[in-house]
Each structure stands twice: as structure tokens, then as C-alpha cells.
Design a binder for this molecule. Sequence first.
Ligand SMILES: [Zn+2]
Length: 445
Amino acid sequence: MSGPPVESVFYDAEYETMPRDRLADLQLELLLDTIAFTYERSPLIRELWRKARITPADVRTLDDFREKVPFISKDAVRQFRDERADPYGGLLCLPPAELTAIMSTSGTTGDPTLVAEKWGGISVGRPSIMYRDFWGMGVRPGDHFSLFLFTFRGPTYGFVQSLGAVPVLFDYDLDEIERLLRLSIEYAPTAMYNFGGTMILATDQIAARAGIDPREAFASYRGIVWAGEPLGARARGLAREWGMSLFEHSSVGDVTASFECSAHDGMHVWEDTVLVEGIDPDAVDHRDAATVTDDDARCELVATALTNRVAPLVRYRSDDIVRITRTPCPCGRTHARIRTVGRKGDEVVVAGRSVLPVDVWSAIDSIDACRLGLFQIIRPARELDELRLRVGYQDTAQSRLSTLADEIAAAVTAEVGVTPAVELVPNAELLRLGPPHKIPRVAAR
Ligand SMILES: [Zn+2]
């Protein structure tokens, strides 16, 4: 497919704005193909379906699918991988020699997942992820595009080139920031992937030391993509001051990814490539998993690849708590939007009220001494009588600590309606708990 006219707002106007009823028909057609394809080739899926006593012939409609098809859990993939010595966890549908690359997820929850890739000519469907998103941000052929990358290097590089843009490459590393700022002034890139809160906070000091004005360095960018942990108030403030136009980005159950559009109100997921479902997070398995139908209500994300013909996941339970909306977006696209809320393993229920790190985040980092947003929810069990928080602080005298704890407790109470017990710890001590610039958001004690 040759690219759209440069003045077009959409990369693929027909598909991006497809009426919902046509999109539903297309999804069902792709879903039935995917089911037949994976049942034939994926040892894990065949095994799960056998246990559930179904075959592709039992699935004719979306209702059949919801009622009968078993979920794939992360544990099932890991178990198959370990027991059968199959690094692809029973999901690969091609001879391994046909792959062109192997990547892994960042492993935020412990055990990185392998992602098998075959680039060029294998996928059914049309160019979607990143093409439509980057185009929507304003990237056009001939532009420079800064790539600040860690584990997902390959495909992003290729997508940018396929758009006709020229990647300018950096490692995801604090030591690269000065070079990024200098080359940004020199090459005037129009977009960057991927630059989050930690990097923004670090840029403040690095730019000052190097005598570079971040406003000048970021002036050419129409869109800067960030992902991962929520941006704190301070990072958002700096981004605003420097004129950065930020677009949030997230994984969609290891099946695909989602990106914010120009409306900045939820991340679009391309539903001609993935079927997303929201289920009751407490469901034991597919037999008791009620579909959450309320628009924008909290639910667990379940994703099925519709156009991947390498290692498609079918009804993959992500453990991610999200909100899904299908109300029309002001940008004109008809595809669903997702808002991430947190991970199921991070949730605590205090006196019947669900609390996730994101719920207390802004209450904590709004307080000056806690502006780095370092904190942990103490989670010896999911259901608790009391919300306990370990909160990092800086620049506070010993004599002021009990006042600070009260201040935090009041801010959290106002935000979530639960009064926490607050343990204060110097930031430096909390930072030792995690990999650089990131700490686990829950702790067992
Ligand atoms: Zn939109």
C-alpha cells in the first residue's frame, strides 16, 4: 500500500473511521480464520481447547466465542514453555527457521515474555499499529524520527522507515540525553518514541548542565510518545513548560499496542487487528467470566490477535485492569479506546474498596517533598483492613516528618476515600529497591 496524501489526517481513512457494525463483521470473519489457523498449528491452544472439549466447529458467533473458548493465562504459557522445553510456550505457528527476529517484553512483572516476529509479507490485514498512530501525530515522509529504544528495537525501526521517515537512533539511557538534545536541534525530528517521566525529569538537570534550552531542543517535535508508569505532576509540568506534545502508549495484553490520538483521551486500539474484551477480574475461568459491558468501567483486559499469523494469542488474559470505551472519539476514529488502571496483582481491597497504585499516585506526588512519586502499597494479601503506604520523601527535616505523614494521609483520603497508615522512607532508600529509576509499586511487607 502506498502512503496516503500528506495532507490527510488519517493514514488509512477507510479503516480508521469504519462504522462499528462493519468493524464487527470484519472482526468475526478474522476471528473465525484465526481460530481455525491456531487450532491447527498451536500446540498450547489445541491442548487448552481439548480440555474445554471444543473445536473450531463449535464457534460460529461472538457469543459462542465468549461462552466456550478458554482463556490463555500467562502461567499456562510459562508452564508449557518449561515443561516441554519450548521457548515459544506452545504458541508458535511457524517453523522457527522462518522467523526473522525474536524480542522480549520488558519483563515488568518478572519473567519476560518472548515475542516471535516475522517481518514482511506474513501478516494478513492492512498496515495499522504505529503507521496510523505516528501518521496521526503528524509524521510525514522525509521527516526525522528519534527512536529512544530498549527491548522492542526492530519493528519500530522498520515501521518508521516504512512511513518514509528517517530514524535517528538512541539507546534508552540517561547518558544519551545530551546527545538527543543536541541532535534534535541539528536534525529537527518531528516525533520521538519513547521518552517517559524518568527521562523528562533527568533532562531538566542534564540540559541545565549542558547549557541547552529544552524548549529549543523539543521545538520541532509534533509528538513524543511515553509509556509505562504514570507521569508525575512534575514531569507533566516540565513537559508543558518545554512545549512537548505527549502521547501515551501501552501494550494491549502482549497482543498489540495502543496509542493516544490528538484528542488525548484514551489510547486507540486497532480493532481490525485485535479483539479486546473486558471481563470481571475475579473470574476463575471462561465459564464464570462475565463480560463487563458498562462503557469505561474497570475490567480485566482479554485480547485476541486477529491478523497475527506467527504466534497469535487467543483470549489471552492480560492481568491488566483497564477501562474500555467505544463511544465516538472527537478525532473521528471509530476504534475503541483503552485507559490503563493497573495490574491485577497490584490491587488491594480495603473495606470493600478497590485501590490500585494509580489511585494514590497523584495525591502523593502533589506534595512537594514527595514529588518524585516514589511509594509502595504494602500488600500482604489482596483484602486488607487497612491501607498501608510506604512513601519516599526528600528535603524534609526530621522534626517535620509527622506533619508530612499527616499531609500525605489527608491527600490520599481525599483522593480514594480510605485513610492510610503512612510510613516515611528517604527517597534514596526506596530507590535501592528497584532497577534504575523504577521501583516495585507493591511490597508484601
Ligand atoms: Zn481518537
